[in-house]
Design a protein. Structure first.
Length: 206
């Protein structure tokens, strides 16, 4: 199990480094440019590479959780999050102003499912009174709250009120969701290592 966790952490670290490199080299405004727009840059291939690494990290940590006796709901949510990360990278969004395509639709709804799955997994893990439970619960709550801010502009547009990314810090709210969810994933893995150092791993609820 320790090998699975170590490999999971390595994948998450590599994904984070790749994402930071993409942000540094692309030069887009992180406050208003959503992460999906980086796919249109010359080094946009780093986006699916980063998301795939996050997906691998989630799968490895989920496997370690299952091996430790975690409940099917927690494991399933982490696997679902990883699968959605892969789909987000494999199916790029549409360019601004272009009608929604099949690829753009898969990208959009996979992102929404992922943004829901990780906080839900975090809340379940926090109920187990494991190490870092408070931090996991707090970060999951932050992710849920930021997700609402991400969704609101779409709802506003659906009711016919014109709104552009320049009017709201869409990039900022989206990044809060992503960063908090990556942190939740990492803390879930770290909580297992902490348990092992104290003589065992207790099952996770659900």
């Amino acid at each position: 199990m320790k090998g699975l966790l170590a490999s999971g952490f390595a994948a998450i670290a590599a994904g984070t480094g790749t994402m930071l490199t993409l942000h540094a080299e692309a030069g887009l405004d992180p406050l208003h440019s959503v992460i999906s727009e980086y796919a249109f840059e010359s080094i946009g291939w780093l986006l699916p590479a980063s998301l795939t690494l996050f997906a691998v990290g989630a799968a490895l940590i989920a496997a370690a959780l299952r091996k430790a006796g975690a409940g099917i709901w927690v494991v399933g949510l982490l696997v679902s999050w990883g699968a959605c990360m892969f789909l987000i990278g494999a199916f790029p969004t549409d360019r601004p102003g272009v009608p929604l395509s099949l690829s753009g639709g898969i990208h959009r709804y996979a992102a929404f499912a992922a943004f829901l799955a990780m906080p839900a997994a975090g809340m379940l893990v926090a109920r187990g009174r494991r190490p870092y439970a408070k931090a996991v619960k707090w970060l999951s709550a932050v992710a849920f709250g930021a997700l609402l801010l991400v969704v609101v502009p779409y709802v506003v547009r659906m009711v016919g009120i014109p709104l552009t990314n320049a009017d709201i810090p869409a990039g900022l709210t989206q990044r809060i969701v992503v960063v908090s969810e990556i942190a939740v994933l990492a803390l879930i893995g770290m909580s297992m290592l902490q348990r092992r150092s104290h003589g065992g791993v207790s099952p996770i609820l659900a």
